[in-house]
Design a protein around this ligand. Structure first.
Ligand code: PRP
Length: 209
């Protein structure tokens, strides 16, 4: 089975979880610059950028994917979300300058974010009209440069906000890594996929106890 795995922070935690589940992860630990790595008995990990994990699973070139709920919320697509791995925990927040006036006045506020779809849906659910500006990274700069009244971004430890004189105005949604499955693979490789999910699921459960 082919598993698209989000490169970077999530990758490390996922590899630790595979190991805890008794899978051989030696190639994943000693990968060099390789992007396709064997692990477990008959598994292959494809190291990809988060949004591409979804693309590979949707197109069926990977059976499964491991990707953050943030990316799932932003990109959607046709696949099954089957397991919360409990790793990569963080949350979406609306934030801005300390003591800012985001909720004051009737003018339309400007929000900078990498996650325009999540932001659009959040403010739509609140019935608040906002202008959204897309930023690719270091979104915290936008309110500091007075480009935006607020940002919607991921908060993990809160340090980036704190060290840049920003504060959280609202908690939007909790985030953690999820396993997603291609809908055709789900039918054709049901037993193998269930085995993999159950094995990981038991580990996740143990970590919670
Ligand atoms: C993420 C996020 C925040 C930061 C939050 O950025 O966009 O900037 O982490 O983490 P903290 O609450 O622990 O400080 P990332 O490092 O992924 O890079 P980016 O800014 O380029 O998106």
């Amino acid at each position: 089975m082919k598993i698209a795995l989000t490169k970077g922070r999530l990758e490390k935690d996922a590899v630790a979880l595979f190991e805890k589940a008794g899978m051989d992860v030696s190639a994943l630990r000693d990968k060099g610059r390789r992007l396709i790595l064997p692990f477990g008995d008959d598994l292959q990990a494809m190291l990809a950028k988060a949004p591409d994990v979804i693309t590979y699973v949707v197109h069926g070139v990977c059976d499964l994917g491991i990707v953050g709920k943030d990316v799932i919320m932003e990109h959607g697509g046709r696949y099954f979300e089957v397991l919360d791995l409990g790793i990569g925990r963080c949350h979406f927040a609306l934030a801005g300058k300390k003591g800012g006036d985001f909720y004051v006045g009737h003018g339309v506020k400007t929000v900078a974010t990498k996650y325009t779809e999540v932001t659009r849906r959040y403010f739509e659910s609140k019935g608040q009209n906002v202008d959204i500006i897309k930023i690719e990274g270091s979104v915290e700069l936008a309110p500091l440069l007075n480009l935006a009244d607020g940002i919607v971004d991921i908060v993990e430890t809160g340090k980036t906000l704190e060290e840049n004189g920003l504060e959280e105005y609202s908690h939007i949604a909790d985030i953690s890594a999820r396993v997603i499955v291609n809908s055709v693979s789900m039918k054709l490789k049901k037993q193998r996929i269930e085995e993999f999910i159950n094995r990981l699921g038991e580990c996740v459960l143990c970590s919670k106890l």
